[in-house]
Design a protein. Structure first.
Length: 378
């Protein structure tokens, strides 16, 4: 019996665990391995996000093509990327809040890159544009009405968000919005259903105003005739988007309710950025409307010095320095001249993810556009 007990004791002594020093050595080696591998894994993850996003947009183009083949129209019930400032018939609208990429003050509506690539402006439709939208199949819209820049009560701008130039100065930060945001008189409901109506006066001014998000320019009042144009000439996503309406393809879209697809895809990059941004649907950039072209084709419609029939753009991955000159183009960057007074055919639509990337991407990551007619990029 004693011999058996001694044998078991020796066996237990032989099965001792690792010493503390051995464990520390193993943990140190694992730390070095993680430090070396993690950056590469992060790169793989970032590439995977882009691949999934491109795949989503590729499918979206196919689905839109299938919908066209089936109906000869665009999907109805798209998302109108605006916040309504009052619910009366004099309706005023603004572009939703742009993210300041500060999760501590909560998420805002649009990704900063989405706005930077498009420089959205409010554009009030006239009766001719409304009629053309309806002819394209877009008879109903949902106003986004996110109001993510307001406090919980919805009565004021949240205290740590620079929604205006004055607040930006007070807070010592940049205003992420290109136009100052206002507190609504009456908030509209989220995803507010509205009909595209064509009723107006003899000048084409709509009786019930309706505004949309337009790339780079827009007529900012219901009875106005002159476009406001951003003069920021760098960091554009696509120069030919100027003067085109952007609408979202959410779960309410007839692309989904008709059964073409089962649900609305979300951008993986937007999911990762949910702490800063609330809007995460893919978007369709409509062709430039003939009715919009007619409004552009007026001498006084655009700022002095801007030639809408001949805008020069340059494509780049790395932004040119301040001395870059389009005329000499010593960097041999790809240049292009385009005309925004030309109406486009219905098939000339494009898609964008909620971070502003289009599919397929153009030659360069960004475009610079000479909007004021000179040879510099301001």
């Amino acid at each position: 019996m004693k011999a058996v007990l001694l044998k078991k004791l020796r066996r237990l002594q032989a099965q001792q665990g690792f010493t503390l020093l051995e464990i520390l050595v193993v943990l140190t080696i694992m730390g070095f391995l993680i430090a070396m591998v993690a950056p590469r894994l992060a790169g793989i993850s970032g590439g995977a996000v882009d691949t999934v996003c491109d795949s989503n947009q590729n499918r979206m183009v196919s689905y839109l093509g299938a919908y066209f083949e089936k109906t000869a129209r665009f999907p109805d019930k798209l998302t109108n990327l605006v916040d309504r400032l009052n619910t009366g018939t004099s309706g005023a609208f603004q572009i939703p809040a742009v993210s300041d990429d500060n999760s501590e003050n909560g998420a805002e509506t649009l990704a900063a890159e989405f706005n930077e690539r498009n420089h959205f402006r409010i554009h009030y439709l006239n009766a001719s544009e409304a009629a053309e939208l309806k002819s394209l199949g877009i008879a109903n819209l949902f106003n986004l009405n996110a109001y993510d820049y307001l406090n919980e009560a919805g009565t004021a701008i949240k205290s740590d968000y620079a929604a205006t130039a004055a607040l930006a100065t007070t807070l010592g930060v940049e205003n992420p919005n290109e136009i100052d945001l206002a507190v609504p008189t009456n908030r509209g409901p989220a995803m507010e259903a509205v009909k595209v109506t064509t009723t107006g006066n003899t000048s084409g001014v709509l009786t019930t105003p309706l505004a949309v998000a337009m790339v780079g320019m827009g007529i900012p009042t219901n009875s106005g005739s002159q476009f406001t144009v951003t003069m920021d000439e760098r960091g554009w996503g696509e120069p030919d988007f100027l003067g085109r309406i952007v609408l979202g393809m959410g779960p309410e879209s007839s692309l989904i309710t008709s059964g073409i697809i089962s649900n609305a895809a979300h951008c993986p990059g937007g999911i990762q950025n949910a702490a800063n941004v609330t809007y995460n649907d893919y978007n369709v950039v409509l062709p430039r409307l003939a009715a919009t072209e007619a409004r552009l084709d007026v001498t006084s419609a655009l700022p002095a010095g801007m030639n809408p029939e001949s805008l020069t753009a340059v494509s780049y991955d790395d932004e040119p320095d301040s001395s870059y000159n389009l005329a000499t183009n010593t960097s041999n960057l790809r240049t292009r001249t385009f005309d925004i007074t030309v109406a486009q055919e219905s098939y000339q639509y494009a898609t964008q993810c909620p971070e502003g990337h289009m599919y397929p991407e153009d030659d360069g990551e960004f475009w610079g556009i000479s909007l004021d007619g000179d040879s510099t990029l301001d």
